[in-house]
Design a protein around this ligand. Structure first.
Ligand code: AMP
Length: 974
């Protein structure tokens, strides 16, 4: 209010100062301007006032004069004609011009001479004509000159008198002469007005200015005001203090004193003092006088959008809709990217709909599932969906919405069909007793969630007698791996309480958390009948057997714990993430006193009659390896590999040979070679495994450079990593992971093999004696394992890095022809293998991580599998190729000796790259100078007789390297 008051005050003040306009005179009588005989009445008719004609500058003027000074008692009247009063005027001004002669100029002759005359007025409602009566006049003023005229020069006086108040329709003026010598040159009768005016978009009429008067006006055309515009007209005919709030209508703007329609292409949305604005974006051009600009086709305004806002398009569909299973039961998170077209709006929101669809139709997911923060009005491009069922496929549709979505017929959406994808197996909470007998218990359980249709969980059930003796801190359990969620356990003691616990195993054997311990009791035996010896004997034998088993298992478990420690087991921080999990542990066959017991604990004995050898496919340390078939009831003949033990073996060799089966038999994983069984009871012991059509990985890859795309190679590496993760989860350290010990089947699936206990010592030609006496495959082995035999899963990770390199380099020998000594030296000096040709950068980075000197910083197999999975899910991540420097392939830091100078002869060059076998072929082809070598192309090298792809590559790279003399070895250093 105060502000408005102040504004008004300023407004009034400014207007008072600047808006005072000139008054206007409305003339009722102008003696001079009439230019003709005026017809004024004189009285007395002959002796008083008389009319005089004067010509000034060619114009005829009439004036009245009188000069009756000789006698006293003069009373000469001059009366004007009837002057109409204008309605509204109550006062008029009378302006007189006159000359009065100085009485002294007449000398003593005129005693009666006067120097003034009188002005009279008489009001009348009608012209009374010549009916002149002095008594009807009232005196207005005595008119005295300022200067009297003495000589020839006339002194003209001007005097203005205001006459009023007037009320009748008109009036007469009378000039009474009482003995003066006067000439009345001009009489002007007029009144003043404030002229009609436009002030601040309000129009005010012409107003008679006879006193300070408030005048009402009106807004001009196309303008409006809440209050009536007002102004004051002063008695002087001046406008002051306007009070106006007129504003132009919508579609009009103030231009000077008028409101003009907005030009085409412009608009003004409301009554205001604003100017017209250009039409906003995405609108049609407006016509003249527009109060808004309509939206272009396909663009809209939300109901809450002001007309000044640009029109906007509805959003397009959200992009890149993906889902991720969250930890905990039944939860997944959906993510998406904002739509490409947001329509330039900031009120973008999303809504999500869930449906369950089959080929024919979809139904809503129902009330059960929950959305966090909600299914609609989502501000962020993500939502968490919970209470989902793990075995169902859900179809989620996400729509982006804005304030203008409602106007668009099309509603673009993004859709994803997804299911919960658990890496962890479900929990088992309850175990139920289904049936029991004196010697058996039938149990069942339900996992917390059902597996998706394509996955079948397995379960590990552990049980023991409740009152079983424990040895030290070791509790012995029997362990069963089951495909179903129910089991009947036979061979139990009557009326005995057993403790059970179950956990599910994931697709890769990864264990879920254990159920609580459940106790169930077998039913008691029916009362033994006297003399029923066989039953008593059976029970006694059975009891002894169980006690024996428990004792043996107890011993074994204790040894296993010790062994686990030796192998860098759970107390090793490298395994810390799994520390809390009761892992299914690998049991070292050495912990068994009798290896024959160990083997039959884990391995099936095969009847030799079901095995048929076909062809030798390889030679191992202990004998030939055959391809063959095995007849399995219900499965027909399946191809198998049969490892044989050559004749003349010692018992120690036989046990070492079979130990591989004892180890392999404990594993069950799609990326670990599967053991079918063993033949031990036959003269020639045999180990029967699944047959891997493509043999060893290194030989399979050699010569296939470029044939297998990187994506497939990474898929193979993923398989090996998954197998190794399984082994490390079992606490098994392989120690000899290398491409030669990975087998490839017909589907190019890779499986880790070679588990013999003596394998590193005896079997592997790569094994080299270290200073500490052990035999170690130097090129594949981590520095800490070489230096102080610290073999752990982290050293297996180093070896996996080398396998990655072997695979990406298509079976190339790691570190080429460097000696083991040179390799160790280079590694200790922090050099690492360079990226193989065409190797994706992400893969090479992973290799370098596997080769970190500090073993605890290397990734775990779990990390490696996850990382490779991620790469395989987004193949574009394999597109960037790691820097490849052909020179480092040839001139390794410790072998090159090369300083960039040219070789003196072709032979010297071939020798330097360990390709001297081609000396003669080069000579035969006439290539005798290095200049000729530098000019060789691929085909030339092949024509010379170099056929092996690896040799071909080596020679070609060397030539490339020679061409660039400023070679550097930076790629090799880390
Ligand atoms: P090993 O004694 O395990 O190193 O086997 C010697 C060679 O026999 C390997 O290099 C393979 O070429 C071949 N071999 C071994 N096991 C299999 C198998 N399961 N399938 C196919 N070939 C095999």
């Amino acid at each position: 209010m105060e502000l408005r008051g102040l504004n008004l005050f300023l407004f009034l003040f400014i207007n008072r100062v600047f808006l005072s306009l000139q008054s206007k005179e409305q003339v009722l009588l102008d003696m001079r301007a009439s230019g003709s005989e005026l017809g004024w009445l004189t009285s007395p008719y002959e002796n008083g006032w008389e009319i005089v004609q004067t010509v000034v500058n060619g114009t005829l003027f009439y004036t009245y004069s009188v000069c009756s000074i000789e006698t006293t008692e003069q009373d000469n009247w001059l009366r004007t004609t009837f002057i109409q009063r204008r309605p509204g005027t109550s006062r008029v001004s009378v302006e007189l011009s006159f000359v009065v002669r100085d009485c002294n100029t007449f000398g003593g002759a005129s005693v009666a001479c006067k120097e003034t005359f009188n002005l009279f007025i008489s009001e009348a409602d009608a012209d009374v004509g010549t009916n002149f009566r002095k008594g009807q006049f009232r005196k207005v003023a005595t008119i005295a000159p300022d200067e009297v005229t003495q000589g020839r020069v006339l002194k003209v006086n001007t005097e203005t008198k205001t006459v009023g108040p007037l009320s009748k329709k008109g009036f007469y003026l009378g000039f009474q002469d009482v003995g003066a010598c006067v000439a009345l040159l001009s009489v002007r009768v007029y009144y003043k007005t404030c002229p009609s005016t436009v002030q601040s978009l309000a129009v005010f009429p012409e107003t008679v200015a006879d006193a300070l008067r408030e005048v009402e006006g009106a807004c001009i055309e196309n303008a409006v005001s809440q209050a009536t515009p007002r102004i004051y007209c002063t008695a002087e005919g001046k406008w002051v203090v306007p009070m106006v709030q007129c504003q132009c209508l919508a579609g009009y703007e103030a231009t000077g004193d008028s409101c003009q329609a907005c030009k085409p292409g412009y608009f003004k949305p409301s009554v205001s003092n604003d100017l017209c604005q250009v039409c906003p974006d995405n609108t049609k051009p407006s016509a003249s006088g527009a109060s808004e600009c309509l939206c272009e086709e396909g663009f809209f305004r939300a109901p809450s959008d002001p007309p000044t806002s640009a029109c906007s398009a509805p959003p397009s569909a959200p992009r890149d809709l993906t889902s991720m299973t969250l930890p905990g039961e039944g939860k997944l998170q959906l993510f998406w990217s904002p739509p490409l077209v947001t329509g330039g709006r900031s009120d973008l929101m999303y809504s999500v709909v869930c449906k369950l669809c089959d080929e024919a139709s979809c139904i809503p997911c129902g009330e059960k599932i929950r959305f966090e923060p909600g299914p609609t009005n989502l501000q962020d491009p993500t939502v968490v969906v919970s209470d989902l069922d793990s075995h169902l496929n859900y179809t989620f549709t996400v729509e982006a919405q804005s304030g203008v979505s409602q106007f668009s017929a099309e509603r673009p959406t993004a859709t994803i069909t997804t299911a919960l994808d658990y890496t962890d197996p479900p929990k088992v909470t309850e175990i139920h007793l289904a049936d029991r007998s004196p010697t058996s218990l039938s149990l069942s359980w339900t996992p917390t969630r059902r597996p998706p249709a394509h996955i079948n969980h397995r379960y590990e059930l552990m049980y023991r007698r409740k009152d079983d003796s424990t040895e030290g801190d070791v509790t012995t359990y029997k362990v069963l791996i089951l495909d179903k969620s129910f089991v009947q356990i036979d061979g139990l003691l009557p009326a005995t309480t057993y403790t059970f616990r179950v956990h599910a195993l994931g697709p890769e054997g990864n264990p879920g958390s254990y159920s609580a311990d459940h106790e169930f009791i077998t039913s008691p035996l029916a009362a033994p009948q006297f003399g029923n010896k066989p039953t008593m004997v059976m029970v006694a034998v059975f009891g002894v057997a169980v006690i024996l088993l428990v004792v043996v298992a107890g011993l074994l478990l204790r040894k296993r714990r010790l062994n686990a420690r030796r192998r860098g087991g759970p107390e090793d921080p490298y395994f810390s993430s799994d520390q809390h999990k009761p892992l299914k542990m690998y049991i070292d066959p050495h912990t068994y006193e009798d290896p024959n017991i160990a083997i039959h604990k884990f391995v099936t004995e095969i009847d030799p009659s079901v095995i048929g050898k076909q062809k030798v496919i390889g030679v191992g340390e202990f004998g030939e390896v055959f391809r063959g078939v095995m007849k399995i009831p219900g499965r027909g003949e399946v191809p198998v590999a049969i490892k044989t033990l050559k004749p003349g073996y010692s018992e120690k060799q036989r046990q070492d040979f079979l130990s591989e089966a004892t180890i392999m038999g404990q594993f069950s994983h799609p990326n670990i070679i599967h053991l079918e069984g063993v033949i031990t009871k036959f003269k020639h012991a045999m180990i029967v495994t699944e047959y891997m059509e493509n043999g060893a990985l290194d030989t399979h890859l050699k010569g296939r450079d470029g044939e297998i795309p990187p994506y497939q190679l990474v898929g193979m590496l993923r398989g090996i990593a998954a197998g190794m993760k399984y082994l490390s989860d079992m606490n098994y350290v392989h120690r000899d992971l290398a491409a030669r010990n990975v087998l490839v089947n017909g589907n190019l699936e890779c499986k880790v093999s070679d588990f013999g206990l003596s394998r590193v010592l005896e079997d592997d030609a790569e094994g080299t004696y270290t200073t500490r006496g052990g035999k170690i495959p130097i090129r594949w082995t981590a520095p800490e394992a070489i230096a102080y035999r610290k073999f752990t899963s982290a050293s297996d990770v180093w070896s996996f890095g080398i396998v990655m390199w072997e695979v990406m380099a298509f079976g190339e020998r790691p570190y080429w022809d460097m000696s083991n000594h040179e390799v160790m030296k280079a590694i200790n000096e922090n050099f690492r293998l360079p990226a193989p040709m065409d190797c994706p950068s992400t893969i090479y980075q992973l290799m370098l991580q596997c080769w970190l000197h500090e073993r605890l910083k290397r990734p775990r197999f779990l990390d490696i599998v996850n990382f490779l999975d991620k790469l395989l899910k987004s193949p574009e991540s394999l597109k960037t190729i790691a820097d490849f420097d052909p020179r480092v392939s040839i001139r390794l830091p410790s072998t090159s000796g090369g300083d960039g100078t040219m070789f003196r002869s072709v032979a010297e060059w071939l020798e330097s790259i360990k390709m001297s076998q081609y000396k003669e072929s080069f000579a035969r082809a006439g290539i005798t100078t290095m200049e000729q070598v530098l000019a060789l192309r691929h085909e030339d090298i092949r024509n010379i007789g170099v056929r092996l792809p690896g040799h071909m590559k080596r020679i070609a790279y060397s030539i490339l390297g020679l061409k660039d003399e400023t070679s550097s070895l930076s790629v090799f250093a880390v």
